[in-house]
Design a protein around this ligand. Structure first.
Ligand SMILES: NC(=O)c1ccc[n+]([C@@H]2O[C@H](COP(=O)([O-])OP(=O)(O)OC[C@H]3O[C@@H](n4cnc5c(N)ncnc54)[C@H](O)[C@@H]3O)[C@@H](O)[C@H]2O)c1
Ligand SMILES: [Zn+2]
Length: 528
């Protein structure tokens, strides 16, 4: 691939997704020439597209498109908006990707319809039917496979200026790489925008690749993974972390003839990461494993460290294995579709990392250009990429110091002794990250109570958690049940419950000498 200045930017997508508007804005910002293939053809022929269709036929029009694609691919530094079907043809794709990067603008059928209804300048013969809404859904289904090949840019509920900003972020940001020096196997963590299609190339895999994902993520990203051989899908949800699910996956792997030379890719949040990692650790005594986290929690935290786990009916995370990935590929562009409450939940681990070991990371969260729109926390992909990169570096540094989880690594459990009890007592109706946020406040309160940190730390911690929309009080759970759950937690050593508490911003302590009374007083103070 040549340098970015020369690379053409090619926009594709269904009608009404804003290819021309965004393309023009982009060209203006980058000081490039803008070309719309439909307009170019109409100008050259002196006819409108419907006229070309009726005079010369569709095949002739498609040939004109192919000729234009070939001609434009010989030039450099253009922004090209393509006709809705031009990039459905694999020959045109090959031509225009020789020296160009393709982005596909997408929007919901409702949004497409409302934009088209507003735009009375253009005739849309394909939609001159009694029910254009249904027609859009049908046409999108038809083209889904083609469009899925490209980096997607979401335009629903966004102004063209914001879409252009997202696109520029993705185009200009280079992936960042960090190496993780693990005794079992050193590996790399790569974070970037739009890197999902290059799993095979980035990880240098030559054998067969089986992607394990859940139904939601499959729908959105399975076809964006580039050159992979199989996709195995599990239902969505935490309750899938069972041996039955694992067995179904083993069976499917056997059926497709997947052998020890193959590589398993986890594509999804931490639930998928846990299950796929466990499968990779155990199938045929272990096969290569790549993590492609798509939730913020998985990107900023769980995709490294090598812990995988499965539940038993009598308790969660009781079965597991350490399985180091051979690479982690975090494509932050996938976070555009993550439900807002899941994004917020992931921010708890980012804040946790800042509080344990990196006050700059906390400043980065505080000073981020956040927009709070309709309950959604959002900032540019560029900033999200920087946050993920900074957050994962904290975890990398700590995991490297303690690869087998025997000491320092315990500090990563800040807030988690409380959080696991809160999740359990709430019967898992509270998300992991939300419980971690409550747990971080509780650990800080405990630290103040014991005189281990200054009394203004709680306010500092609460204000940053609130800023990203995380809860800071425990909602009406029984203190006695929470205490009991903590006593049963894995982190208990004999009669002692081990806690991590903050001592100041960027520093944490591991303490074993905390009385039940102090813990009870903290829980009572924070339960609303
Ligand atoms: N291995 C560990 O160290 C560890 C630690 C803590 C928690 N966990 C597990 O992880 C779970 C929470 O992880 P999580 O927050 O990643 O949740 P998750 O894996 O359940 O994902 C959350 C939801 O978001 C969807 N999703 C994921 N990526 C998406 C995307 N890009 N676009 C649209 N939807 C997307 C998923 O389908 C799912 O419905 C916990 O419940 C726990 O089981 C594991
Ligand atoms: Zn956690």
């Amino acid at each position: 691939m040549q340098n970015k200045d020369g690379e053409n930017i090619v926009l594709t997508g269904f009608m009404g997704t804003g290819k021309t508007t965004v393309g023009k804005l982009l060209a203006e910002q980058l000081n490039r020439e803008f070309i719309d293939t439909d307009e170019l053809i109409q100008e050259r022929e002196g006819l409108t597209i419907p006229e070309i269709f009726s005079k010369h036929g569709e095949a002739a029009f498609r040939q004109m498109e192919a000729d234009v694609a070939e001609e434009l691919s010989q030039r450099q530094g253009l922004v090209i908006s393509t006709g809705g079907r031009l990039m459905m043809d694999p020959v045109n794709v090959r031509t225009l990707t020789r020296d160009g990067r393709v982005f596909c603008l997408i929007a919901t059928p409702q949004e497409i319809l409302s934009r088209i209804e507003k735009d009375t300048d253009h005739k849309r013969p394909l939609l001159e039917v009694p029910n254009p809404g249904e027609q859009i859904v049908e046409l999108l289904k038809d083209r889904q496979k083609g469009y899925h090949r490209f980096q997607k840019i979401i335009t629903t509920d966004k102004q063209p200026e914001d879409v252009t900003g997202d696109l520029l972020d993705i185009f200009q940001a280079d992936p960042k790489r960090f190496s993780i020096d693990h005794p079992a196997q050193p590996y790399e963590y790569v974070v970037g925008s739009g890197i999902l299609p290059f799993i095979r190339q980035l990880a240098g895999v030559t054998g067969s690749i089986a992607v394990i994902t859940d139904t939601s993520v499959k729908e959105l990203y399975a076809q964006s993974c580039g050159d992979v051989d199989h996709v195995i899908t599990i239902p969505v949800g935490n309750q899938q972390k069972t041996l039955a699910t694992v067995q179904d996956i083993y069976n499917e792997l056997i059926q497709i003839g997947f052998d020890r030379e193959g590589t398993i890719v986890a594509l999804g949040g931490s639930v998928v990461g846990d299950i796929a990692g466990f499968v990779a650790a155990t199938y045929m005594r272990g096969v290569d494993f790549i993590q492609c986290p798509t939730s913020l929690l998985a990107m900023a935290d769980t995709s490294i460290g090598g812990k995988t786990s499965i539940d038993l009916p009598i308790g969660k995370n009781l079965i597991g294995a350490f399985k180091q990935p051979s690479m982690v590929i975090a494509d932050v562009a996938t976070l555009q579709t993550l439900p807002p409450e899941e994004f917020t939940s992931g921010m708890a681990e980012v804040i946790k990392h800042g509080l344990i070991a990196d006050s700059d990371l906390l400043d980065q969260v505080k000073n981020g250009h956040w927009h709070h729109e309709a309950g959604t926390l959002y900032t540019s992909l560029f900033e999200v990429q920087a946050l993920v990169a900074q957050s994962i570096q904290v975890k990398i540094a700590i995991v490297q110091e303690d690869p087998f989880d025997s000491g320092r690594r315990f500090s990563l459990n800040l807030g988690h002794t409380f959080a696991h009890a809160i999740e359990q007592v709430s019967e898992y109706s509270i998300r992991h990250g939300e419980a971690v946020a409550m747990g971080i406040v509780a650990a800080t309160n405990l630290s103040i109570r014991l005189g281990r940190c200054s009394s203004d730390l709680q306010e500092t911690v609460e204000s940053i958690l609130k800023m990203v929309g995380l809860p800071t009080r425990i909602p009406g759970l029984s203190t006695e049940l929470l205490l009991k759950a903590m006593e049963n937690d894995k982190k208990r050593i004999g009669d002692i419950i081990r806690f991590v508490i903050p001592s100041s911003v960027g520093h944490a302590l591991i303490v074993d000498d905390i009385s039940k009374d102090a813990t009870r007083a903290t829980l009572l103070e924070l339960t609303s």
